[in-house]
Write a protein that binds this ligand. Structure first.
Ligand code: SF4
Length: 284
């Protein structure tokens, strides 16, 4: 059995930057260190940070004085202000790509555009962008929801960086009829698009594909959907320990891909396990 890893897989720039800085803060900070929400959607990394004393707080009220890490998704301005009022030292690791969307949304509002954010309203990145856009912003996640958006003179559209390009196209097609002036910013992140393209190509070339990443990671879940749609038998695992030998009976080529929040060492363990099974089968 041959093991092929997708040409683009695993940690993106923003997550790599945030994770590195969080581990550095864990060693260097004098007082307690918190993240507001889990740093990334990967339980293995969150557990490693916890072991180094970095606690994932659920809400501002759970954070005392000390260092608070803002994860790559960012935070609404009101939350940042509340943390500063509480005396916390804020280490802002918002991904620069996400920050650009926040600023874009704020500027659209200042310039009098009704802001529409395409994305999942429960996702922290979308909630942070909405905070910058202000109370008039509308979040839509489907063409059906877009149909309910009231018609206006000037409308500005931004997108959750990890959203599906296809869903954005469908929603924008509806919004075209909703304003006399429509300004659409393509704020989709290239890192996600590249991983999705590589996963689709790989799914067409292998018998079985393993997608590695947190079950709570939306972009990993999207890779699973893409691989299934691409025709490969697809298994989603968080770690190598979840792999089952029986999945690969009679498999010629197995592909491996991973979401943007999956660290290299977790991918390497999956590849090493598959390679070991392949060697054992070759000798058997
Ligand atoms: S997916 Fe893109 S926008 Fe999101 S953290 Fe990674 S690099 Fe930044």
């Amino acid at each position: 059995m041959k093991v092929v890893v997708a040409s683009d897989a695993g940690f993106c720039f923003g997550v790599k930057r945030a994770t590195k800085a969080a581990f550095e803060a864990a060693s260097a900070a004098a007082g307690p260190v918190y993240t507001l929400g889990e740093l990334i959607h990967n339980p293995q990394v969150v557990a490693q940070l916890e072991a180094r004393g970095v606690r994932a707080a659920r809400a501002v009220e759970d954070v005392g004085e000390g260092t608070v890490i803002v994860r790559s998704h960012g935070l609404p301005p009101a939350t940042l202000e509340a943390l500063e009022r509480q005396g916390a030292t804020v280490l802002d690791l918002t991904c620069p790509t996400v920050k650009a969307v926040q600023h874009r949304a704020a500027k659209l509002t200042q310039e009098g555009y009704a802001v529409v954010i395409i994305g999942d309203r429960d996702h922290p990145e979308v909630q942070a962008i909405a905070g910058y856009a202000g109370p008039g912003a509308v979040i839509v996640n489907s063409a059906e929801e877009a149909r309910a958006v009231p018609r206006t003179e000037k409308m500005g559209v931004v997108m959750q960086t990890t959203h599906s390009a296809e869903a954005c196209r469908r929603i924008v097609a509806v919004l075209v009829d909703k304003a006399s002036e429509l300004r659409v910013y393509n704020t989709l992140c290239e890192a996600t698009a590249k991983r999705q393209k590589a996963a689709l190509e790989l799914a067409g070339a292998v018998d079985v594909i393993v997608v590695v990443g947190g079950r709570n990671s939306a972009n990993t879940g999207r890779l699973v959907e893409i691989c299934r749609a691409g025709g490969a038998v697809t298994h989603h695992v968080e770690t190598a320990a979840e792999l089952q030998r029986g999945w690969f009976q009679g498999t010629g080529v197995v592909g491996v891909t991973a979401g943007t929040s999956t660290p290299d060492w977790v991918i390497e363990e999956v590849v090493a396990t598959l390679a070991a099974w392949s060697d054992a089968a070759g000798k058997g």
